[in-house]
Design a protein around this ligand. Structure first.
Ligand SMILES: CC(C)(COP(=O)(O)OP(=O)(O)OC[C@H]1O[C@@H](n2cnc3c(N)ncnc32)[C@H](O)[C@@H]1OP(=O)(O)O)[C@@H](O)C(=O)NCCC(=O)NCCS
Length: 156
């Protein structure tokens, strides 16, 4: 399936169907319009060619002055998982980062998001952090006080 740039219509559609991607409504607040207004060159979707709906998306950015690209969110519609869609979106983002001369890609995920952890490890990401928890590095307070995250880093 083709990877396309995120449109305003896609962005609104994703927000209106957030439960299908996250099994929760609360993630909608993390879908900031800056990704379609200011960072649309690094935000991508895959559509189902028959139904014309968004089946997967990646919201990324290239932080100024850093040697890495950053993925804010990646998600696949719950009915379309395990078909390689999120992996394809990441490969596309890796290529953009390589072409921009960047050395790494970073992403974070919540400690209990086991699917995301397995997915990022499968793509070759390693965990980084400032403390060890259960023998695994954790980025303590990464997303605010008490908001620990796994910080994933992949060398390109
Ligand atoms: C994590 C997520 C994005 C993966 O999307 P996907 O399109 O199903 O991923 P892919 O099909 O490209 O998976 C590639 C590989 O990652 C691993 N993987 C993906 N999902 C997995 C899961 N639930 N459990 C174990 N391994 C998993 C597998 O090795 C898989 O290859 P395989 O299917 O041949 O075994 C999807 O489960 C999702 O949208 N979750 C909700 C949103 C989320 O948590 N996003 C990540 C945090 S930003």
């Amino acid at each position: 399936m083709n990877i396309e740039g995120l449109s305003v219509a896609d962005f609104n559609w994703i927000r209106e169907h957030i439960y299908d991607f996250w099994d929760s409504e609360e993630m909608v607040e993390f879908h900031h319009s800056i990704f379609v207004r200011e960072f649309r060159e690094t935000a991508f979707v895959i559509h189902d060619p028959r139904e014309k709906i968004v089946v997967a998306y990646l919201l990324g950015l290239l932080p100024p002055g850093r040697d890495y690209g950053y993925v804010h969110l990646v998600a696949t519609h719950r009915l379309h998982r395990r078909h390689g869609l999120a992996g394809d979106l990441y490969e596309h983002f890796f290529e953009i980062c390589r072409n921009a001369g960047l050395k790494h890609v970073r992403a974070i995920t919540r400690i209990r998001n086991h699917a995301s952890i397995a997915f990022h490890r499968e793509l070759g990401f390693l965990r980084a952090g400032n403390v060890l928890s259960g023998g695994v590095p954790v980025a303590r307070n990464y997303s605010g006080h008490g908001e620990d995250r796994y910080l994933f880093i992949k060398d390109l």
